[in-house]
Structure formats: structure tokens, C-alpha cells
Design a protein around this ligand. Sequence first.
Ligand code: NAD
Length: 442
Amino acid sequence: MNFKTDLNFRKETLIKLLNNIIIHEDDIIKALYDDFKKPAFEAVLTETNYVISDLKDTIKNLNKWAKPKRVLPSLLNFPSTDYIYKDPYGKVLIIAPWNYPFQLALCPLVAAVAAGNQVVLKPSELTSNTSAIIAKIIAKTFHVNHVEVIQGGVDVSENLLSQRWDYIFFTGSVSVGKIVAKAAAEHLTPVTLELGGKNPCIIDETANLKLAAKRIVWGKFVNAGQTCIAPDYILIQKDMKNKFIDYLKEEIITAYGNEPEKSPDFARIVNAKNWNRLTEMIDNDKVIFGGQSNESSCYIAPTLINEYDIDSLVMKDEIFGPLLPILEYSSAADIYTVVSKYEKPLSLYLFTENKIFAEKIIQNYSFGGGCVNDTIIHFLNKRLPFGGVGHSGIGAYHGVSSFDVFSHKKAIVKKANWLDLPVRYAPYKDKLDTVKKLLKWI
Ligand code: NAD
């Protein structure tokens, strides 16, 4: 078993993983349903099929990504050929969250294996059915010394973090991200932190409101709003607000019917703790649509909130649930006041036909990534690096970026022996002028 240097071995195990995921796809979909009633359609689109497609892409490109990349040499080293080798870090720890419990555990794992690392994966304890099927698939696919799943909660995670790793890849909340960063600093271990934030969705007076409503309802309420890149709040030009709210209501009814609780297409909140956290944010005086909830099934309806107060409870932190506050703005200064109140978000969405306005927002605000005239779909393009900035994260992955995350870039100069210019060697007497002339050319 030489996963560090044997590309064929890496590829074979990834093919085995692909086959085992395909064999167990129904079990994974069932586990996701048992965990938080994730609709089968969403399970396939955002979890199983996403990972399958990621695996196929990785297997197809592995040789190309792993190959040492030749770069132009420096004239100072003449004659040489220069390369960047992609070197596995070694022992990698991956800690995953519960909200896309299969995809967010498996995609980093696939990349870490592809890059030649040894992996320990700690999936979320809150989605225990999915974690169990992940553990089963991994045990069937890999030797335990190559890839291992360790299930458990905070204590298990803390124990893993107290050990020394060569790389840590963490997806989860900002508060736990800080704990991970501190633990990693103890051993100077490099990290990727995929965190969260309060994602603005800005709509100006030129936007196609009906289409915006449809795309926002989808991006916000998929997974019952428990998506790190879901629009957190709407910031709309004030004259457009009432019309837009009507469209939002129409789109919610079209998607989930008049009783979303009975819809097979709407997931549940993951547990009672999060249900309590979210229901506390609902101020009934501000609810303009939805607002219903059911503690026994952890249900919260898609809810629209007419919000004027950026200091309200729902505007304090990342919502991470099916509550959508709608704020209005009159000027660019209003947009700045709201967006800059928070740490740099993971995503920002903009609905507008005004290209100058779009460019201004893209260039003036710092955020992980986003879309113009849509929501969350930047996640789907493997050619776009996915990650946050500031408090929403450190580092980015997807496609070749995932392979690069788990590879140290080793710089190698291969010097030829047929010529050995004497100028750099001591004694330096009378060589300074020559060196100065040489350096001017380069
Ligand atoms: P979380 O931070 O509570 O938990 C994530 C993981 O960390 C779990 O495996 C958990 O067991 C572990 N953990 C929890 N507390 C810990 C502690 N004190 N010490 C060590 N480990 C600990 O996050 P979550 O509730 O599972 O997920 C929701 C958060 O994740 C949201 O903030 C969301 O925005 C973010 N998220 C980000 C992305 C992204 O790609 N950027 C994707 C999904 C979720």
C-alpha cells in the first residue's frame, strides 16, 4: 500500500470508493431522510450525485493534477529546469458539519486521498445515520491505516485536535473554527477553515423581481435554510419591497404548497437545540408569511420577516434556518451600513440589470464568493474555488483547488552540469560590477 507515491493505487481506491457509494446510494439517501427528512431529490442533487461527480472528475484528472509542473527557470540559475512537485502533507484530519453531512465529509476526503494523504475523518454527531453509513463505506473501501472514520461528538473532536496532524480541514461554525485554529497553531499545522457568515442578498430597482423571487426561494429554503451559502437576509431598494414580497409568497406556495409541513420537498431542522434557537428569533409582530412551527417534528415553516431593525435577534448572527428577514435601503450608504456591520460573509448575492452597480458591489465589498442574478450556484462550478475570507474562512477548494489544498507545493530546481558560471563563488573580488550588470538584465 503506497498511497504516497503510487498514483495507480490512489486511483484504484478512488474507483473502489465510487463503486461503493453507487452501491449504497439508497442507504445514504435513507440515512439523510432519517436524520432530518432531507428530500430524496435534494439528497441526490446536493449529496450523492455531487460526490459521485466529484469523484469521477478527480479520477479523470488525477494524473494531470499530480504531475510535477514545469515552470520557466530563472536566468540567475542558468542552466536549469524548474518544477513544482505536488507533495502529500501526510496525516490529514477532516472535521465535517451536519448540514450537508455526506458531501462535506466526502469531498475533502476524496481530495485528500487523491493527493496521497493518510486521512482521519470525524463526521458530525448530529446526523448519526449518515455518519454511520459513511463509516461503513469507508471501512469497506480503505485499509484502516489509510483512511479511517472516527465517529463522536465534541469530546472526540477535542481529542483528535489535541494530536499532531500535517493538515487539518475543518468545515463548521466560526466559533469552533477558532478552536480548531488554536489547536492547529500549537503544532504549526496548516488549516483550511470553511466557515459561515451572514450572507447579504441585495436587490436593486432594475432587478427582474419575479425571477429573483424564484431563485431566492430555492436558494434560501433548500435544506430548510441550513446551507452555509444560503442568502441570510434581503436588502431591497425600498420602492420594490412590497411587490417583491408578493412574488416571494407566490414562489413559496408554488414550491411547497399552502402547508409546507406536508410537503415532501421541505426538510426539517436538525435538532431541538437548533429549533429552539431559530424559533426564538421569530418576532410574530414582524412575520409577514409563515411563522408556524412544530417542536415535536423540528418543523419551521418558510418564514418571511419584515425587518427594520439591524439590531434585532434575527439580524444578530448567521440564521442558518428557514427565516428570511427583508430589509430595505434608499441609498448606497444604507447598503454599506448594513453589509459592513457584519464580518466578511461567505457569500453575497446581487439581483440587478445594472452592470455598473454589480461591478461596484463586487469590487467594494469583501466576501467569499457569490452570484449576480442567482443564489448558491457558484458552488456547482468545479472551476471556481470555494471558500470564505476573514471570519467566513481560510482557504478554498473544489476541482483542482481541492487537490492543491492537500498538496504541499515543493519547489525543485534541476541544475545542469555542462556549465558552471563562476560569478557567484567566493572570492568575490572584482565580481561586483559583473553581478550588478547581470542583475539589471533579469
Ligand atoms: P459546528 O462548528 O458546531 O460543528 C462542526 C464539527 O465540529 C462537528 O463535527 C462537531 O462535532 C465539531 N465540534 C463542535 N464543537 C466542537 C468543539 N468545541 N471542539 C471541537 N470540535 C467541535 O458546525 P455545525 O453546526 O455542524 O455546522 C453549521 C455551521 O457550519 C454553520 O455556521 C455553517 O455556516 C457552517 N458551514 C460552513 C460550510 C462551508 O463550506 N463554508 C459548509 C457547511 C456549514
